[in-house]
Ligand binder design. Structure first.
Ligand code: EPU
Length: 421
């Protein structure tokens, strides 16, 4: 298994271009199953999770061609069948459950392995399932599988008891080809959902209310294949801004939608960083006085849970105290013991981490436990004294395209090496 060796202490400088959004691309790739003709997706990040979802749709009968160098994915979906998706694929990526919406809409049947828990929490799919039940599907759980069946999905009004990005995407995909009108209440407002909705509308769907907590969908008979460009990845952008911040460097990110990271920009300004934005760039530089602050993760447009670990890494070296409260996932502090190994002063009380700023971090061998926890370790390594060795870096391969290349471009000394088996 490969490891990263990162030499800390260098101020980041320069500019990089942000890749396409993983969490928008995943449902959009699956939604292409419903298109008649060849879908051409641009700005698709070449990531492990993307290559996995491509295997998932191939297992259902789609033909694909992924030009990984150009980030163009072509998908032709004909004769889509409800084939069982190998547990091996579902196990590595929960987003496989996204096939339920399109499969139910197209074939009236969906058999998918029930995703298990993962490093950040239990992550049930009950909201997806009761939403499909409200639309007329019969669902049984047996032998670790979800088996859903319906003659034809029917429009319904369904209020989610919790804001769920995944359930909103899945139900929206099912609803576009359902009979009649569906109203999703308490729906997710994340930009990834808006991007998926825009893609479906471009194919001929009738979706209103994207970006609000009430999405209304009038079912249509057919969707046509289109060419579409995936929006920029706001979590990748946020991670790099935090990386620039922890080194007190000055960097510029291109291909960003600043509005998508509004809550992060607010927090960074509150900490004392200087931020400049244009329509599609964000620049960060330090100021003399940098201070800790109060952070609470909430659904969009609030502070994203996916940036909670990286911002905590930054907080470890700011003056004063920062508190970080995680309200979305119950077990998303696995980076804390690793940050402590690097000299951070963090105490956990329930779902709140209390971070007392230290003068500096010191390099230590550490291990990624999930994608964003891994990002926190990379951020910490950039500021640590010495060379940090990070293991289990396959986690960051899932979500950060060309990570070592981009960091090198900003002046970081980073090596990817073969570690022990
Ligand atoms: N939840 C339920 N029941 C459900 C669905 C969700 O109780 O049926 C709970 C979850 O356990 C969690 C909360 O609702 O406590 C929110 O979960 P959500 O469904 O919004 O998360 P998700 O769709 O599984 C996506 C992203 C995550 C991101 C979350 C929150 C994708 C593929 N994944 O997950 O991204 O953290 O939304 O914004 O879009 C990542 O990229 O590292 C990542 C984990």
């Amino acid at each position: 298994m490969d490891i990263y060796k990162i030499k800390g202490g260098k101020k980041l400088s320069g500019e990089i271009t942000i890749s396409g959004a993983k969490n928008a691309a995943l449902p959009i790739i699956v939604a292409s199953l419903m298109a008649d003709g060849e879908t051409v997706l641009h700005n698709v990040p070449n990531l492990m999770d993307i290559r996995t979802i491509v295997k998932v749709i191939e297992a259902l009968g789609a033909k694909t061609h992924f030009d990984q160098a150009k980030n163009i994915l072509k998908i032709t979906a004909q004769n889509i069948k409800n084939n069982e998706i190998p547990y091996e694929l579902v196990k590595t990526m929960r987003a496989s459950v996204y096939v339920m919406g399109p499969l139910l809409a197209l074939t009236g049947e969906a058999d998918v392995s029930l995703p298990g828990g993962c490093a950040i929490g239990e992550r049930p799919v009950d909201i997806h399932l009761s939403g499909f039940e409200a639309m007329g599907a019969k669902i049984i759980l047996e032998h670790g599988n979800i088996r859903a069946k319906t003659k034809k999905l029917k429009g319904a009004t369904y209020k989610m008891n919790k804001v769920s990005v995944g359930a909103t995407a899945n139900l929206m995909m099912g609803a576009v080809l359902a009979e009649g009108k569906t109203i999703l209440e308490n729906s997710a407002m994340e930009p990834d959902i808006v991007d998926l909705g825009n893609f479906l509308n471009a194919m001929g769907a009738k979706i209103d209310g994207l970006g609000t907590d009430k999405i209304e969908i009038d079912g249509v008979k057919k969707l046509n294949a289109v060419s579409y460009s995936i929006m920029p990845d706001r979590i990748e952008a946020g991670t790099f801004l935090i990386a620039g911040a922890i080194t007190k460097g000055s960097i510029t990110l291109k291909n960003v939608v600043p509005e998508h990271i509004g809550a992060l920009l607010y927090t960074l300004k509150e900490m004392g960083f200087k931020i400049k934005t244009t329509k599609d760039t964000v620049s960060i530089s330090p100021s003399q006085k940098l201070l800790g602050t109060i952070i609470r993760t909430v659904p969009y447009p609030g502070f994203p849970t996916d940036l909670q670990a990286p911002i905590m890494a930054l907080a470890t070296i700011l003056s004063g105290i920062t508190t970080v409260t995680e309200t979305i996932f119950e077990n998303r502090f696995t980076h804390v013991p690793e940050l402590r190994r690097m000299g951070a002063d963090i105490t956990i009380e329930g779902n709140t981490a209390i971070i007392r700023g230290v003068k500096s971090l010191s390099a230590a061998p550490v291990m990624m436990s999930d994608l964003r926890a891994g990002a926190a370790l990379i951020v910490a390594a950039l500021a640590a004294k010495g060379t940090t060795e990070i293991r289990r870096i396959y986690h960051s391969d899932r979500g950060y395209e060309k990570l070592p290349e981009k960091l090198s471009q900003l002046g970081v000394s980073i090596k990817r090496e073969k570690g022990e088996a």
